[in-house]
Design a protein around this ligand. Sequence first.
Ligand SMILES: *[C@@H]1O[C@H](CO)[C@@H](O)[C@H](O)[C@H]1NC(C)=O
Ligand SMILES: *[C@@H]1O[C@H](CO)[C@@H](O)[C@H](O)[C@H]1NC(C)=O
Ligand SMILES: *[C@@H]1O[C@H](CO)[C@@H](O)[C@H](O)[C@H]1NC(C)=O
Ligand SMILES: *[C@@H]1O[C@H](CO)[C@@H](O)[C@H](O)[C@H]1NC(C)=O
Ligand SMILES: *[C@@H]1O[C@H](CO)[C@@H](O)[C@H](O)[C@H]1NC(C)=O
Ligand SMILES: *[C@@H]1O[C@H](CO)[C@@H](O)[C@H](O)[C@H]1NC(C)=O
Ligand SMILES: *[C@@H]1O[C@H](CO)[C@@H](O)[C@H](O)[C@H]1NC(C)=O
Ligand SMILES: *[C@@H]1O[C@H](CO)[C@@H](O)[C@H](O)[C@H]1NC(C)=O
Length: 495
Amino acid sequence: MNQLILASWPSKIKMNLSLACIILVLYSTIFVADAAIGINWGRQTAHKLVPSMVVDLILQNGIKHARVYSTQADILEAFAGSGIDLSITIFGAIQVRTPEAAKKWVQSRSEFFDSCNISRVYLGNHVFRDGITNKSLLNMSLMALESVQNALNEAGYGRVKVTLPSPEGVLINITRPSDAEFRPEIKAEVESTLKFLQANNAPFVVEIFPISHVIDNGWDVSFAFPDNKSTHVVRDVNGAVYTNVFEFMHDAFVWALRKAGAPDIKIIIGQVGWPTDGYPGANVSTAERFYKHLLPYVVSNKGTPMRPGAPIDTYVHALTDENKMPYFYPFARHWGIYASNGEPKYKIDLTGQDRDIFPPKVKGIMRMPQRWCVFDGNLTDIVRVKNHFYYACTHADCTSLAYGGSCSQLNFVQNISFAFNMYFQSQFQSEKACGSDGLGKVVTENPSTGTCIFPVEVVKGEIYESADGSRLGDEMPIPTIFVFLLSVLWTLLWD
Ligand SMILES: *[C@@H]1O[C@H](CO)[C@@H](O)[C@H](O)[C@H]1NC(C)=O
Ligand SMILES: *[C@@H]1O[C@H](CO)[C@@H](O)[C@H](O)[C@H]1NC(C)=O
Ligand SMILES: *[C@@H]1O[C@H](CO)[C@@H](O)[C@H](O)[C@H]1NC(C)=O
Ligand SMILES: *[C@@H]1O[C@H](CO)[C@@H](O)[C@H](O)[C@H]1NC(C)=O
Ligand SMILES: *[C@@H]1O[C@H](CO)[C@@H](O)[C@H](O)[C@H]1NC(C)=O
Ligand SMILES: *[C@@H]1O[C@H](CO)[C@@H](O)[C@H](O)[C@H]1NC(C)=O
Ligand SMILES: *[C@@H]1O[C@H](CO)[C@@H](O)[C@H](O)[C@H]1NC(C)=O
Ligand SMILES: *[C@@H]1O[C@H](CO)[C@@H](O)[C@H](O)[C@H]1NC(C)=O
C-alpha cells in the first residue's frame, strides 16, 4: 500500500524523501542515543541487602543501568533476566593479566555473559591514579585490560567493553578546562590505553565528586551544584563559561583526552553524587538540590560547552550508604540515596523527569525490633567509658558525630549513647554488644533527637563473607586508623 502511494509520487519528492531517510538514519546512529542514568551499588556494609531485593528496587526506580563492585555469582544471578544493563568490576586485576588467566576468567563467567546483560567490565577502581606512584602495578593492570578484552573478543563477547574509571587526580593544571592534561607520570600509559580503548570501541570513564572538588580548592560551594547559581564562574579561552563542577570537570577531561590523542572518545561519568552526612553542607536538602538539577540536565542531552548536544551517560553514586567504607572525609559513608537499612533519605526522581517524589521503599525488607542501646550515664570510670566509645566507633560507623554531621549537636553522654547504639545495631542487637560490661542498657524508647537519627538496622540480609567488592585502599583511611590505634590501646589496657 505504502509502496503504491510512493510509486505514484513525483520522483523529485521520492528523492527528497529518501534523502530525509538517510539523514534521519545517520542522525539516529550518531546523535540520538539518549543519555542514560545508571546507579552504582556497593556492598561495604555491615548489613547486606539481599541482591534480588536490590534489583527489584532498581527496577522500581525506573533505572535501566547499574554498576556493581563485584563479579560474585549470587549478585550477577540476581540481575539475570532483569533487562538491566550491567557493569561489573574485577578487583585484583593483576591476577588476570596473562592471556591464559584472562581466558580462564572469561570462561568462569561465561554463564553470566550469556544470562545477564553485561555491557562493561571495570578493572579495579583507580588504576591510573594508583599508577602515578606505582609503575609496575600500572603496567600489570593495563596488561590485564588488554588480556581480558582480547579474551572476551575471542569468546564472542566483543559487545562487552573493558575499561578503567579515572578520578580527577589523574589530571594536572585544572585551573581552566583547556589547561588540563594527564599527569606526566602516566601520560605514555594513558595514550597507549586510549588507542586500545578506541580500537575496541570502549568508553573512557571518569568520576566527578563535586563536594570534594570545591572543598579541596576552597571554592564557593554553590559551584558544586548544577543549577547556575554559582558566584564562582570559570571563563575559558574559547569563550566557554562554567558555573558548575560537573561540566567543568567533564570538559577538563575532554581537553586532556584531546591532548592525549583521543578527541572523540566516548566519555561516561562512572560516579557522581552527593553525601548526606559527616560534613558541613552534606545533608538531605543539599543532596536533593544537587540531583534535582543534575538528573534533568543529564536526560536533556544538553551536553557541555566542549560537546554541545552530546548525551553523557551518568552513573549516580550510590544506591545505598556503605557504613564500612574506609574514609578520608567522614562523608564517604553517606553517599546513598537509601540509608543502609533501605530507608529512602530524600526526594529524587531517578528517571530525570523532575517529579516531586520519594523513591520507592525496598519491598520485603525486614528490620530488627525497635530496640536501641544507650549509655547508662555512669561516668565514674571515665577511661573505661572512653575506651568503649572508641571500640564501638572502630567497629561501627560514628561518622554522623563528625563536625557538621547530623549528630554533631549531641552532648557528651548522648555522644556515647550514639556510639553504643551503632555498635549494638552492627552486632544485630546482640545483648552482649550492649551492657554486658555494665555501661549500656537496651531501651525501647527511640533516643533519636533533632536531625540525629539512632537507626534500627535490617536483619542480617545476605550472609556472604568475601573480599570481593571491597574497595579498600580507595581512600586513605586516616581517621579509621586513628580510632583503630585507640582501640588497640584499650585492648592492651583491658587485658
Ligand atoms: C540490555 O541493555 C540494553 C541497554 O544497554 C537494552 O537496550 C537491552 O534491551 C537489554 N537487553 C536485554 C536482553 O535485556
Ligand atoms: C606496586 O604494586 C605491586 C602489585 O600490587 C606491589 O607488589 C608492589 O609492592 C607495589 N610497589 C610499591 C613501591 O608500592
Ligand atoms: C608493560 O611493560 C612491558 C615491559 O616494559 C612492555 O613491553 C609492555 O608493553 C607494557 N604493557 C603495557 C600495557 O603498558
Ligand atoms: C602545567 O603544570 C606544570 C606544573 O604544574 C607547569 O610546568 C606547566 O607549565 C603547566 N602547563 C600549562 C599549559 O599551564
Ligand atoms: C545562568 O545565569 C546567567 C546569569 O544569571 C544567565 O545569563 C545565563 O543565561 C544562565 N545560563 C543558563 C544555562 O541558564
Ligand atoms: C544543609 O546544608 C546547607 C548548606 O550548608 C544549610 O544551609 C542547610 O541549613 C542544611 N540543611 C539541613 C537540613 O541541615
Ligand atoms: C558506676 O561504675 C562504677 C565503676 O565503674 C561502679 O563501681 C558503680 O557501682 C557504678 N554506679 C552505679 C550507680 O551503677
Ligand atoms: C561528641 O563526639 C564527637 C566525635 O568524637 C566530638 O567531636 C564531639 O566533641 C563530642 N561532643 C561532646 C560534647 O563531647
